[in-house]
Design a protein around this ligand. Structure first.
Ligand code: ATP
Ligand code: MG
Length: 440
């Protein structure tokens, strides 16, 4: 038997085909109006919002009540979506028992200034996440994931899930959360890096993972969470770094295209526009990026190491101005400042075959070709102050024969933030985790 909608319920999106019919609706009462002595209310279900006309003498339930009502469908040009339901019967299934901290339906778009403070919205996630505008953000995140899924599976990628309880770190600088693991300590994975490399070394060749990533960094910025959703991708046998760049550029374009195709309603409701992706993301090396950002070319005695948040911003402004694209690749990062598994450039081992992808002024992804020579890898592990003995299981992947490979990791919340031009990465998360927030 196929699963179907319960038979006694009509969804709001189907009302337009039911003129004159008696229907039953289930949903939440999100607005109330009194006009010329007639009481109106708006009911919201998962498919949309409809105006209810309440009969004289019926008390209007409190805002945010969950109701079931029956009545006759009537076309009315002046009603939102041109249809309303003239209610005959109404049951309140659940009414709020406390005052709401704010009315979710009157919240401004999270893309704009104003309204309650972000902290208040996050403290009361159970209410802010009921708002149509905030749910538009949730739907957008879901479509971004669906786009990634389609794009990658179509290209032979297999989705994997790897452990989040691990025995050590992989990303050097990024801090580790320690957890009790029976009689010893374990850590929450700060990236699926070693596992995805292991899987790409098998004859699967192409894997991706969507999963939680934990970083115990004491940041207090608008771009860092302590738990985020990583979209991690790894392939065997890339031609070269450019091959990875075209893969991730295709992936980000597929996300943008899906949002443009399916989410115009959400984008309009949020009052925002997708980033301009242009014909091609420009590719510049780190020295050029620094020169664009600061006006000064790095020198041998004063080499470039990182890009600051402000520099990333300036580079994306330059990319839009000069190349008509808010996306920009930065390559040729110093090997010393990249993770130990990065492949040094053949011609200059101080530089690495790695990249960052910037979008609308923010790093969306880091990636690159990986070192697959066991001895070189062991040396790199030692050079970065890590313990090769602790990495034995990982090193065996290389000692037993490993294809050349490469990949990248993207952060879902940052993608949501930048596709929607949200002011803070927390706005792109459902229940953000930061230094001061562990609930709700
Ligand atoms: P940043 O330099 O911005 O701190 P990172 O270089 O430490 O980031 P990576 O280790 O390269 O981050 O992680 C890959 C991707 O995961 C990043 O490009 C970003 O999209 C996302 N990401 C990393 N750290 C965070 C974080 N703390 N909060 C949200 N997303 C993150
Ligand atoms: Mg990075």
């Amino acid at each position: 038997m196929t699963w179907q909608e319960r038979s006694d319920r009509t969804l709001v999106r189907d009302l337009k085909d039911r003129d004159g019919a008696t229907v039953t609706l289930l949903g939440r009462l999100v607005a109330r109006r009194d006009m010329g002595g007639v009481a109106f209310a708006d009911l919201l279900d998962r498919t949309g919002l409809v105006q209810l006309v309440l009969p004289g003498g019926m008390a209007t339930p409190a805002l945010q009540s969950v109701i079931r009502c029956s009545g006759v469908v009537a076309m009315n040009e002046r009603a939102p979506r041109g249809v309303e339901v003239q209610v005959a019967e109404l049951d309140v299934l659940s009414a709020p028992q406390v005052d709401l901290p704010f009315n979710p339906e009157s919240l401004p778009s999270p893309c704009t200034e104003g309204g309650p403070k972000l902290e208040t919205l996050l403290d009361h996630r159970e209410v802010s996440l009921r708002s149509t505008k905030y749910l538009a953000v949730v739907r957008i995140a879901s479509e971004i994931l669906a786009a990634a899924d389609d794009f990658l599976r179509y290209r032979d990628f297999v989705e994997v899930k790897t452990p989040k309880l691990v025995s050590g770190g992989t990303e050097g600088g990024a801090g580790l959360f320690e957890v009790k693991y029976f009689e010893r300590s374990a850590f929450l994975a700060q990236s699926p890096q070693l596992y995805k490399q292991t899987m790409a070394s098998t004859p699967l060749e192409r894997v991706f993972e969507v999963g939680p990533v934990f970083r115990a960094e004491k940041h207090a910025t608008g771009r860092h969470l302590n738990e985020f959703t990583g979209i991690d991708v790894e392939i065997a046998y890339p031609n070269d770094l450019r091959h990875l760049l075209s893969l991730i550029e295709g992936l980000v374009r597929a996300m943008g295209a899906r949002l443009a195709e399916r989410c115009q309603g959400e984008l309009d409701m949020l009052g925002t526009k997708l980033p301009v992706l242009g014909e091609a993301f420009p590719v510049i090396d780190l020295d050029t990026a620094k020169e664009i950002a600061t006006g000064q070319r790095p020198t041998r005695s004063n080499p470039a190491e990182h890009l600051s948040a402000a520099e990333e911003q300036t580079i994306c402004e330059w990319a839009l101005r000069e190349h008509g694209s808010e996306g920009c690749f930065v390559t040729e990062w110093p090997t010393r400042f990249r993770p130990f598994y990065s492949l040094p450039c053949a011609g200059n081992r101080k530089k690495s075959e790695t990249f960052d992808l910037l979008l609308r002024g923010l790093e969306m992804s880091s990636g690159g070709l990986r070192q697959h020579d066991a001895a070189a890898l062991e040396e790199a592990i030692g050079r970065q102050g890590l313990d090769p003995a602790a990495m034995e299981p990982y090193l065996r992947v290389f000692r037993t024969g490993c294809p050349p490979h490469g990949g990248f990791g993207l952060g879902l919340e940052r993608l949501v933030q930048k596709f929607l031009d949200l002011p803070n990465v927390r706005c792109g998360a459902l229940f953000p985790r930061d230094r001061n927030r562990l609930a709700p």
